[in-house]
Design a protein. Structure first.
Lengths: 298, 173
């Protein structure tokens, strides 16, 4: 139960972190909140040769507005910040609603948005929530052969980012620098809920929903995503389509919930069977979609 | 690596190996064994300490990461006179309340719960029972059945209120 030896680099800037990651002859991992990585080190499930600590990089902790009026969360924004920031509560209430479901307060003091996304855990709340909000991931690396400090940056839609359980589009020399979300449109409502065996445990299943209703009360756009509903955090496109063009009546919502459960691919494990998870997905979808619609109307 | 940190208000500096967990650093390098180690993967809460006043898991941080920062452990709560043994009167109100409410039996989980509760009551001096349950949900206790821990934290809120807001902000957080 002790971590293996590693070299430690405390980066003060993004460029310093990229510089360390660029040297791929040494297996290097970024250390964000450490709330997933350090347990893996303690169990020796991960044995990196070097850690680059991102905790001293101030520029990664910013919460700011993007050019298009959306929101940019620096990779090192902590869960605790999301939970308590009044600006977030006003602009992206889904984030404030879902964050308290992540682990315990002591873990949320350290855990980060970037770490949660980079870790690509299908059981994590933030990836599902961010998918529903149409988020994209900003990624940087040092340009090969370029001047020290020159960067190559790319942006990946979150829908293309998750490739498998704990497996993402990030390359070993890349750093996730920020998560960006488009502005929320008028007429939008969001909601999140989950079922866990004990408070703070990973959810058996969870559902995030966003709906946009026009002035006639008809749904113009819908997004639904699942926590622990498949091998990766995933958008349930087919289920969301059953809402579009409809008024969110109880019958319509029931059909959406049924479609969501039917098209989900939850795994069975010692905590819950596949059938039970599907049942939870149906109940939770019904609940969050009606709640999201109610929030537009009230 | 060389680090310089403050632990319970006292300066500590010296060499540590990067892989040294904060929990092991406190116990074996600083000699403060009040911080307990249960699961070493963030689940049980026994190792909870405060980093610049905020509760964190000491088993999920490295000692090198507290360079330049302030760590508070359970030993930092009571205020004994220098050179004198701690008496019940010296206990921090949160400690006194847990003691009075029988909020501990073997005491293994207690240091972590105290560090969480002290920070929690600073943020929320008049919590509901439900908020207290949420606040201590990140701590496993194999003895008490939790009920008296919740009562103890509620009692601590009363004691702190009776002491007045200024009585326990001695370390200027
Ligand atoms: C007891 C316990 C319960 C938990 N329960 C939950 C829960 O219910 N729901 C939940 O979602 N999470 C839970 N977590 C995990 C927690 O939310 C973590 O904080 C999160 O998964 C990872 O974030 P981190 O900042 O701690 O990342 P780290 O642990 O520091 O890193 C995780 C991985 O991502 C990589 N990484 C981190 N940042 C970057 C970056 N900027 N660029 C590239 N790679 C990066 C690291 O190299 C590592 O491989 C729990 C953790 C514990 C200990
Ligand atoms: S020892 Fe740190 S949480 Fe259990
Ligand atoms: S008092 Fe024994 S574990 Fe809590």
């Amino acid at each position: 139960m002790k971590p293996p030896p590693f070299d430690y680099v405390a980066a003060a800037t993004v460029d310093e972190a990229l510089e360390a990651l660029a040297d791929t002859s040494v297996e290097t991992r970024p250390l964000a909140g450490g709330q997933s990585l350090v347990p893996m080190l303690n169990f020796r499930l991960a044995v990196p040769e070097r850690l680059v600590d991102l905790n001293g990089i101030d520029e990664l902790s910013r919460i700011e507005e993007t050019e298009d009026g959306g929101l940019r969360l620096g990779a090192m924004v902590r869960h605790r910040q999301l939970e308590h920031d009044p600006f977030i509560a006003r602009r992206m209430p889904l984030l404030s609603e879902a964050t308290p479901f992540i682990a315990h307060p002591q873990i949320r003091s350290r855990g980060t948005v970037g770490g949660s996304v980079a870790h690509a855990d299908p059981a994590a709340e933030l990836p599902a929530v961010l998918l529903t909000l149409g988020a994209r991931v900003r990624i940087a690396r040092r340009s090969l052969g370029g001047e020290p400090g020159s960067r190559v940056e790319r942006t990946v839609g979150l829908g293309e980012f998750f490739l498998g359980p704990f497996f993402s589009a990030l390359e070993p020399d890349e750093l996730l620098t920020a998560i960006e979300m488009p502005p929320s449109a008028p007429g939008e409502g969001t909601a999140f809920d989950e079922v866990a065996r004990r408070r703070g445990d990973y959810a058996l299943a969870g559902v995030a929903a966003r709906v946009r209703l026009n002035s006639g009360g008809v749904c113009d756009e819908a997004a639904i995503s699942l926590v622990n509903g498949g091998a990766t955090p995933c958008l349930m496109r087919e289920a969301a389509r059953t809402l579009v063009g409809q008024e969110p009546t109880p019958e319509v919502i029931e059909a959406t919930a049924a479609a969501c459960a039917a098209t989900s691919e939850p795994a069975a494990d010692m905590h819950a069977s596949e059938a039970y998870r599907r049942h939870l997905i149906q109940v939770l979808t019904r609940r969050v979609v009606s709640r999201a619609a109610d929030r537009v109307l009230t | 690596m060389r680090i310089a940190a403050r632990v319970n208000g006292l300066a500590w500096s010296g060499e540590v190996e990067p892989r040294l967990l904060l929990s092991d650093f406190l116990r074996s390098e600083v000699g403060l064994t009040g911080t307990h180690v249960g699961c070493e993967h963030g689940v049980c809460g026994a190792c909870t300490v405060q980093l610049d006043g905020e509760p964190v898991r000491a088993c999920l941080m490295f000692a090198v990461q507290v360079d330049g920062r302030e760590v508070t452990t359970v030993e930092g709560l009571a205020e004994a006179q220098p050179g004198e043994a701690i008496t019940v009167e010296d206990l921090h109100p949160v400690q006194r309340a847990l003691h009075e409410a029988h909020g501990l039996q073997c005491g293994f989980c207690t240091p972590g719960i105290l560090m969480t509760a002290e920070a929690f009551l600073r943020d929320n001096p008049t919590p509901s029972r439900e908020e207290i349950r949420e606040a201590v949900s990140g701590h496993l206790c194999r003895c008490t059945g939790y009920h008296n821990i919740v009562e103890g934290v509620a009692r601590a809120a009363e004691l702190l209120a009776a002491d007045g807001p200024a009585a326990h902000d001695d370390d200027d957080r």
